[in-house]
Design a protein around this ligand. Structure first.
Ligand SMILES: CC(C)(COP(=O)(O)OP(=O)(O)OC[C@H]1O[C@@H](n2cnc3c(N)ncnc32)[C@H](O)[C@@H]1OP(=O)(O)O)[C@@H](O)C(=O)NCCC(=O)NCCS
Length: 148
């Protein structure tokens, strides 16, 4: 069932309590199911990203980050929604939101590293697959791109 639930997007500052919640969400989506802990990794690169949290009823349930590949090309990272809130249209909402921000910053292209398991999600949003699958943190990924 597709619900049109209102998600509020808010900027996250590095090092704050909200930033810690964003780490928890990424840990749940990207590491814990594989027995890994994202806090074992060097996350200092987060300082250089624009970070956003998606909130429902005041609770952060999703993350999406914007970084830069080159002056024309954004890189979208950390697209994650807590499991209970998936398949409701929020993933598309997060991507529309961050692509709008990227356009506002003057980027004409966005790249991302997508898990092969969600490649179809990104294809629906207009991303093309650029690479053969490769392993990152033991999970198969592909490099993807879209003209904004
Ligand atoms: C990937 C993720 C962000 C998708 O968010 P979501 O809210 O479930 O997706 P949506 O409901 O907005 O789906 C949008 C469309 O993509 C489709 N879709 C969603 N997940 C998909 C998947 N894994 N494979 C193929 N299509 C998918 C939906 O069916 C929907 O299609 P429709 O428009 O024809 O109805 C979410 O599943 C998630 O956080 N997963 C765990 C973390 C992750 O893998 N992130 C991506 C890392 S690269």
């Amino acid at each position: 069932m597709k619900l049109s639930i209102g998600i509020e997007m808010k900027s996250i500052e590095y090092g704050t309590d909200e930033y810690e919640v964003s780490i928890d969400i990424r840990n749940e989506a990207f590491r814990k199911p594989w027995g890994l802990d994202i806090r074992d990794e060097d996350l200092s690169g987060d300082k250089n990203m624009e970070m956003y949290g998606g909130y429902l009823d005041g609770k952060m349930i999703a993350t999406v980050f914007l970084a830069e590949d080159d002056k024309d090309t954004a890189r979208i990272k950390s697209v994650a929604i807590l499991e209970d809130y998936r398949k409701l249209g929020l993933g598309k909402h997060l991507m529309d939101f961050i692509e709008d921000i990227a356009r506002q910053r003057g980027y004409t292209k966005s790249n991302l590293m997508g898990r092969v398991s969600v490649e179809g999600f990104y294809h629906k949003l207009g991303y093309k697959t650029l690479s053969a699958p490769f392993d990152y943190q033991t999970i198969p990924h592909v490099e993807m791109t879209k003209d904004l």
